[in-house]
Design a protein around this ligand. Sequence first.
Ligand code: SAM
Ligand code: SF4
Length: 379
Amino acid sequence: MPLHRPAGPEPSPGRPASAAGRQRPGLRPLPKSPPPTLEKSLQASPTAGPLVDTFGRVARSLRVSVTDRCNYRCVYCMPEEGVPFLPKREILSYEEIVRLVQVMVRLGVCKVRVTGGEPLLRRDVPWFVRALSRVEGLEDISLTTNGYLLDGLANELYDAGLRRLNVSLDTLRRDRYHQINRVDGLQRVLDGLSAAEAAGFNPIKVNTVLMPGLNEDEILDFARLARERPIAVRFIEFMPMDGGSLWSSDKVVSGREVRERICATYPMEPVPDPDPHAPAVAYRFVDGSGEMGFINPMSEPFCMKCDRIRLSAAGEFRTCIFQAQGLDLKEPLRSGASDEELSSLITDAVARKERGGSLDIHDGTYSSPIRLSMSQVGG
Ligand code: SAM
Ligand code: SF4
């Protein structure tokens, strides 16, 4: 399936602020739409799904990592020296990812979130979004970014069909930003958020990981951000997916505690008719001035309503974020497996999805068998 996308190397990872340009030089203009060959192959085939596990959960939401590389070293995601990056040949091409997405959409997947690593580091991401937006049956495309390159890409991403954006932002203070994310990037991310607003993204969500002694005292500042701007702030509990460097249960700030602290100043109420599969428990301010969300995988595990599956940048398929070993789809893909064979591998893997994944969520210790970073699994 030739996609004819612009060629060229990816920008180098791990580089500091000044090296990562907003407009990537040498990037050829994106085609307005995929070429006819791809156009034809993007037409829907009959749905073969659904993807059901033995607990009756149906997988509809796919997280696709387009790169394991990142220009940040967030303390809750990886150690300061980083984690080993995969050689480029190990990373799925956009063509390979689109093929797997097509197969999964035929099995009932209707939402895709593009993530990483840092997805905006990979060359031609707007082109990839455009290709996804042409997959018939795919209803919802979103993207999660650290926001560092967003200012220069917001319009292109919007034009490519992206509407939903999550931007990670853990502090509103410049000195702390460097302490938490290990890059001096706050102003660029704030500019990125403004560019996303101006481009018309809706919703824009900010993801915030709170940690005791680091940014816990900014809870009300983030509540004010959600009240004053068209941005929904979501607090995510710190999970043991930091490359084995930092996590311990006493570093988890529980979502309930955060919610109570906000409610004491700005009363909130649950949002009516929430999405039953959304990991975030959504609240709105009673005076109508914005929304907050709480993703509490540690204190209130939501495994039984989970409808997510994941594809790592290297083509590993996971039915749970805490799964140590994913199913390798790259090898069958590259050795000529048919859509039916790929469907069968995926369907079998979903059927085997564990009740609570690989993280022991029931004994209060939350031990994780893996030393992976979220950037490697695809967060
Ligand atoms: N690089 C992009 C970013 O930071 O938004 C996308 C990938 S990142 C792995 C996706 C999300 O995972 C971010 O919102 C980040 O805050 C969150 N995350 C990473 N490690 C985490 C951890 N150990 N616990 C909770 N959330 C984590
Ligand atoms: Fe990079 Fe995102 Fe991980 Fe931070 S959370 S190190 S930005 S992948």
